[in-house]
Design a protein around this ligand. Structure first.
Ligand code: RTP
Ligand code: MG
Length: 141
């Protein structure tokens, strides 16, 4: 399988719960490497731009308000099949439907406060990594 990169965000709920390290452990235990990382308080404009694909959806305002409710931890992950592997580690969007042992099953509280974001395709992974990181800030290893 090809080595890929994906964009991951530990959302404000999980940062507030102090489980950044526990979530990073899931990535590392699955063979994904953190190749870029920063903690950031997103502005409303940054959050709206990041989730622009959802701008017309009824949940867009709630999503943006939640994503700016506190700092987030943003990272690029690298590894074999990283995009799908990260989505598998995350579990379903709604934690009530997330499989046992997934990040959302273990750390998320609701469909809004669902602990993590992960890119859903190779095309979006490239766009999302570039949204937050200059290429000089990504340390392939
Ligand atoms: P994410 O983009 O954050 O990784 O989540 P996802 O791919 O699993 O879900 P997506 O469909 O991209 O939706 C983005 C975020 O919007 C919220 N959402 N709310 N109320 C609803 O029906 C609803 N649907 C989605 C979730 O917080 C989701 O993570
Ligand atoms: Mg998504």
């Amino acid at each position: 399988m090809a080595i890929e990169r994906t964009l991951s965000i530990v959302k404000p709920d999980a940062v507030a719960k102090n489980v950044i390290g526990k979530i990073y452990d899931r990535f590392e235990s699955a063979g994904l490497k953190v190749v870029a990382a920063k903690m950031k308080q997103l502005s409303r404009a940054e959050a709206e731009g990041f989730y622009a694909v959802h701008a017309a959806r009824p949940f867009f305002n709630d999503l943006v308000n939640f994503m700016i409710s506190g700092p987030v931890m943003i990272q690029a992950l690298e590894g074999e099949g990283a995009i799908l592997k990260n989505r598998d580690l995350m579990g379903a969007t709604n934690p009530k439907e997330a499989a046992a042992g997934t990040i959302r099953a273990d750390f998320a509280d609701s469909i809004d406060a669902n602990a993590v974001h992960g890119s859903d395709s190779a095309e979006n992974a490239a766009i999302e990594i570039a949204y937050f990181f200059a290429s000089s800030e990504v340390y392939s290893r």
